[in-house]
Design a binder for this molecule. Structure first.
Ligand code: CMC
Length: 391
């Protein structure tokens, strides 16, 4: 009909009603279920924040205890899945492996997901297993023996142990590292209708199973303009470092409209000011590196680059500020996470958000299958020409 609105990238489309995450892009505000992300980063854990997002409120002590027990109970993955991991080529990107394996969970756990109890099982299974699968793909890519989850360890410690434990060296739990990981995941836990969450909702709207919808979210997150930006930022900073540290050149290139180069970790569809997550992440870089007594030349380059960019009229006019990905890679490097696992770390963090959004869409009385229209600009009616008569 003539009423179709053309809105590239859905920049002005409110596709759903949601009570999960509030963002104010002008003021730089982010709240999960009404709670400022700064408060959660200071006081909460990733497990508790996941509960908050998925269930709509903070848990009582008993609810949190039961949630932990459930996460522990479901943390192992089916032994047969190991064969799949082992047969991916060594150079495979862990995001491709993760999205394929999350989709494969449906074959290993084919229970129906119709009653509330079944849905809760599936949700817990995903939260518990994604962490195990991520660590497993890393260990296998290094040719190491897989480390199984331990019931006595909390969510973040368990992940760190599965990643870094070797038969000769048990992973030492440096409290600052554990806290940095908690905060990293809390800051990524939801961000309203971003590209990957939209993918989860759109794919889920056809009433596909949760694993398939989440697998679509993981694929969407992989892109360098979205979650892949954390890897792209560190690659960009490393390149600047290798080339002698000329960060001003990167700023000049980003401004040049004939150069496709963009300053990775800068700019955001919604934030027209400093991303509140980037503020926390930047401070965390300083605190973590100081606690570990670790010097990272990339942090110096990042800070200098930020300073120059924020004074530049181009960045001022376009409202381009650091986003969450600008400093997050430096935190991950300090923890010892390899660069190609950065976006997997983002995916683990975003998982509760995707789940909460999927659940909300399933319960939405206004639910309709996602099916946008288009403005057609192809040929008008034309006719089939047999192959022997084509010029
Ligand atoms: N460097 C240089 N110029 C930029 C940048 C940048 N990082 N970001 C936007 N611009 C310019 C862009 O060239 C365009 O200019 P013009 O109007 O003259 O063509 C203008 O700003 C608007 O850009 P856009 O691509 O239309 O804006 P958008 O809202 O569609 O895209 C964005 C937002 C995040 C994709 C974009 O800012 C970008 O590509 N940033 C770099 C990648 C990045 O850091 N992504 C992580 C985003 S935050 C976490 C997440 O979502 O995962």
């Amino acid at each position: 009909t003539g009423l179709i609105t053309y809105d590239p990238g859905f920049a002005n489309t409110g596709a759903c009603l949601s009570s999960i995450t509030f963002m104010d892009g002008e003021k730089g505000i982010l709240r999960y279920r009404g709670i400022p992300v700064e408060e959660l980063a200071e006081h909460s854990t990733f497990k508790e924040t996941s509960y908050l997002l998925i269930n709509g409120r903070l848990p009582s002590q008993e609810e949190l205890r039961n949630f932990s027990i459930m996460l522990n109970d479901h943390s192992l993955v089916h032994e047969d899945m190991k064969t799949f991991f082992q047969n991916f080529p060594r150079a495979s990107h862990p995001m491709g492996i993760l999205s394929a394996m999350v989709n494969a969970l449906r074959s290993f756990y084919p229970e129906l997901q119709t009653t509330e109890e079944e849905i809760n099982f599936t949700v817990t299974r995903l939260l518990a297993k994604v962490r195990t699968m991520a660590a497993m793909s890393y260990k296998i890519s290094r040719g190491h023996t897989v480390v199984y989850p331990r019931p006595d360890l909390a969510y973040c410690e368990n992940f760190l142990n599965m990643m870094f434990h070797t038969p000769v060296k048990p992973y030492a739990f440096v409290p600052e590292v554990v806290r940095a990981l908690e905060v990293f995941w809390i800051l990524h836990a939801d961000h309203e209708q971003n590209c990957s969450t939209t993918a989860v909702r759109v794919v889920g709207s056809g009433r596909v199973n949760l694993y398939a919808a989440i697998s679509a979210g993981i694929s969407a997150l992989w892109g360098p303009l979205h979650g892949g930006a954390n890897q792209a930022v560190v690659e960009m900073l490393s390149q600047i470092h290798r080339d002698g540290g000329d960060y001003k050149r990167a700023v000049e290139r980003a401004k040049d409209k004939n150069d496709p180069f963009r300053l990775m970790g800068f700019g955001h569809r919604v934030y027209k000011t400093y991303d509140p997550r980037a503020k926390i992440m930047k401070k965390m870089c300083d605190d973590l590196l100081a606690a570990l007594d670790f010097q990272d030349p990339l942090l110096d380059i990042a800070k200098e680059l930020e300073e120059v960019a924020l004074k530049d009229p181009y960045f001022i006019d376009y409202n381009l500020y650091p986003n969450v990905d600008f400093y997050s890679g430096i935190v991950l490097r300090a923890i010892g996470i390899p660069t190609n696992m950065f976006t997997v770390m983002f995916a683990i963090g975003r998982l509760p958000g995707w789940i909460a959004q999927w659940k909300e869409s399933m319960d939405d009385p206004q639910w309709r299958i996602s099916r946008p229209r288009q403005i057609y600009k192809g040929p008008t009616e034309t006719h089939y020409v047999p192959i022997d008569q084509r010029g």
